[in-house]
Ligand binder design. Structure first.
Ligand SMILES: Cc1ncc(C[n+]2csc(CCOP(=O)(O)OP(=O)(O)O)c2C)c(N)n1
Length: 692
């Protein structure tokens, strides 16, 4: 066999539509940054976490340079820096963030490899996460938002834009991957799944992630998905496949999965010695290094040797310049660390309707009721209906919320009225529901996902947590305000699946506001504020109150809105303060009959009205907290601690709590009555406290 036959196939000249000099520059810059970290910055302890992109770099750059749509977005993972550089991320930001310095993309709050890149005039990088697989469903949400802007809102500016998600071979075993794949292929979304298969997830071979290790082969029978598969270290093939994949998604508006085999030329991270790989394997991986193959492919056809060297010199200089700039950045002021958990006054760079120019209509806190009492279900539906009628960014989705109108009937008739693009059923994946909502919110929509029962938010907890922290961890560059509705609590019976409240779990997720209305009027006011707000909200709908006679109130009007963090005194008195929320408000009111008591309905738990509680306790000198959630580490513990901290000297009796015992909710109504605080037991507790 002659020498020529061993050379790479040169049938096609390098694609003229690709700026190869830029590819070379970015490739060499990426290598310089990797090397600089490995040889200097990590040993000098200036970079604490380092993940080399060597081997993955060339194909990522070829992909990134194809993302030219104004609303294109990519969500990558910790090995995605080459793609980010190709989108236009400043190398000084990349290195400065790796060094956890002030500025950059998180002000030193997040790991440097966990990028975000808001780019209002071109392709953005959605906020990445540390959790493998969590990038998939938000990207599907962005793709669905593109589709919504283009098809429903007829905004022609979105007609050819796409969403791209990057993931390693191990990530294809994650829930997020399967959830997003289902979303994208059942909805026909313009989304590219870009899988970088280096054969390992840290040390675990890809054959343990998908049988025989090739996800592209295993998905061959999957409907509505075009699959491309090839060698990501071969310049010609990588260029052809990345271009082909992007053009397919752009032109045909449907999902594509591109799997590229790439070598991971270093350990998983700097600390990883790769002892689990044989020397022969490591050698064979280096033989697949795309850098010499790129040079061989382009020199001399596209660049001369000298030109290549000049590009290499300029990449080295750019990396050095970036290092100098990054090292000159200070550490962020710790005093600012509690800022940007919630929206303050400065608008985020990207995400949410407020960023997109939304101006909320005037509101009032004075109910303008029409007299007729309606139940909480109708009140919530009417509020959703009104907000949808005046704001075409508001969309509802969840399990069974379409033609059926939801298992609690909250969305009854709304699909008929607003169509299946704005009110739609989803696949049964809570991660898909919440993750998709995050992507939609990042794109400027107002997603209002429904979780069928509070317990079933559990599969979405990763997305819920990541959603709440977006503003903080991107230091106000991104925000994803969504309104996550969920019913919970006991009803005519209980059980461990449909009846828990566990609202405190959401209070413990930074960045979320939490509403727990007890009646129809407050539900309207708090929901309206949520839908017009600029922060994510958990909107808790208590099952027992949805059609409870006590909770029925006149509809307070289309302009009625309530602030978060403002409790309501549903009774006023002098001898004891009873703090409660949700279904317990009614019981506390009944129990306080004939007693001079302040009954405080907190209405929201994040934020909660400390002043109302403290000022009342200072006056009554006694405090009882009643809630349905379990006692240990329930939200009552927080209130009790605050009262003990700040009103200790004003108390005539210890702060008292009445809650469920630390058990799941029981099914039999007799057992349930025993477990949930009843009017009688609340009454007894009040009496004990008064007699103390
Ligand atoms: C949900 C989750 N589980 C575990 C980890 C720890 N972890 C980080 S990277 C990784 C392997 C991922 O490999 P792969 O997706 O193939 O990407 P690669 O690193 O090979 O590019 C693991 C297990 C994590 N970050 N997130």
């Amino acid at each position: 066999m002659g020498q020529a036959a061993l050379k790479p196939d040169r049938r096609n000249a390098p694609d003229e539509n690709i700026d190869w000099k830029r590819v070379v520059h970015l490739m060499l810059l990426s290598r310089e940054l990797d090397e600089m970290e490995e040889k200097r910055l990590v040993p000098e302890k200036k970079v604490l976490y380092q993940f080399s992109a060597r081997g993955h770099d060339m194909a990522q750059i070829l992909l990134g340079l194809k993302l030219t749509g104004r609303h294109d977005a990519a969500c990558g993972y910790y090995r995605s820096r080459p793609l980010l550089l190709s989108l236009g991320v400043d190398p000084a930001d990349a290195l400065g963030s790796a060094m956890a310095r002030a500025g950059g993309y998180s002000d030193g709050r997040d790991i440097g490899v966990v990028f975000n890149y808001p780019n209002p005039n071109g392709a953005s990088a959605l906020p990445m996460c540390g959790g493998v697989g969590s990038q998939y469903t938000p990207t599907a949400g962005w793709a669905q938002a593109i589709s919504y802007f283009s098809k429903q809102l007829k905004n022609r500016d979105y007609d050819r834009d796409i969403a791209v998600v990057l993931g390693g071979d191990a990530s294809v075993a994650s829930n997020g991957f399967w959830s997003a794949l289902t979303v994208a292929t059942t909805q026909g979304l313009p989304m590219l799944f870009y899988i970088e298969d280096n054969g390992f997830g840290i040390s675990v071979p890809s054959s343990l992630q998908t049988p025989e290790g090739n996800i592209a082969a295993n998905l061959a029978a999957w409907k509505n998905l075009t699959i491309l598969d090839g060698d990501g270290s071969d310049p010609e093939e990588a260029a052809r496949l990345t271009r082909g994949a992007v053009e397919l998604v752009r032109g045909e508006r449907r999902p594509v999965l591109l799997r590229l085999r790439v070598p991971r030329l270093e350990g998983h991270s700097f600390q990883d010695t790769q002892a689990y790989k044989s020397e022969e394997l490591v050698r064979s991986e280096w033989a697949r290094d795309p850098l010499p193959r790129l040079k061989d492919y382009l020199v001399p056809t596209v660049l001369s040797d000298d030109e290549w060297d000049r590009v290499a010199d300029s990449a080295r200089a750019a990396a050095e310049q970036a290092r100098i700039e990054a090292e000159s950045r200070p550490v962020a002021d710790p005093a600012r660390l509690t800022r940007n958990v919630f929206f303050e006054s400065e608008m985020q760079v990207m995400g949410g309707q407020h960023r997109a120019g939304y101006c909320p209509p005037e509101t009032t806190e004075t109910p303008q009721g029409d007299g007729q009492r309606i139940n909480m279900v109708t009140a919530i539906r009417r509020t959703l209906d009104h907000e949808m009628s005046i704001n075409d960014r508001v969309i509802l989705f969840g399990e069974d919320i379409g033609p059926k109108g939801g298992v609690h009937a909250v969305t009854l008739g709304l699909q008929e009225k607003y169509g299946a693009t704005r009110v739609f059923d989803t696949s049964l994946s809570e991660e898909g529901i919440v993750g998709r909502a995050v992507g939609m919110a990042l794109a400027g929509l107002v997603p209002v996902p429904e979780i069928q029962f509070r317990k079933y938010a559990e599969p979405a907890m990763e997305q819920i947590n990541d959603c709440g922290t977006i503003r903080w961890r991107t230091n106000n560059r991104f925000a994803a305000p969504i309104v996550l509705r969920m019913p919970g609590g006991f009803f005519k019976c209980g059980d461990p699946w449909h009846s828990q409240t566990n609202e405190v779990a959401f209070v413990h997720q930074p960045g979320w506001k939490v509403a727990v209305p007890s009646n129809a009027e407050d539900a309207v006011g708090l929901l309206r504020t949520s839908l017009r707000g600029n922060d994510p909200v958990i909107f808790f709908e208590h099952r027992a109150m949805l059609d409870h006679a006590w909770a029925r109130r006149p509809y307070p009007g289309d302009a009625f809105a309530l602030p978060f963090g403002r409790a309501k005194f549903t009774r006023e008195g002098n001898d004891v303060t009873i703090v409660t929320w949700g279904a317990m408000v009614h019981r506390c009111e009944e129990a306080a009959e004939g007693i001079s008591a302040d009954v405080i309905d907190l209405r929201t738990l994040m934020p909660w009205d400390r002043n109302a509680v403290l000022s009342s306790v200072r006056r009554t000198r006694r405090c009882l907290i009643v809630h349905e959630d379990l006692g240990t580490a329930g939200f009552g513990a927080e209130i009790a601690a605050a009262v003990a901290d700040e009103a200790f000297m004003d108390l005539d009796a210890p702060v008292s709590r009445l809650t469920m015992p630390d058990i799941p909710s029981p099914h039999n109504p007799v057992l349930l009555d025993w477990a949930v605080p009843s009017t009688e037991r609340i009454r007894r507790k009040i009496t004990d406290l008064l007699e103390y």
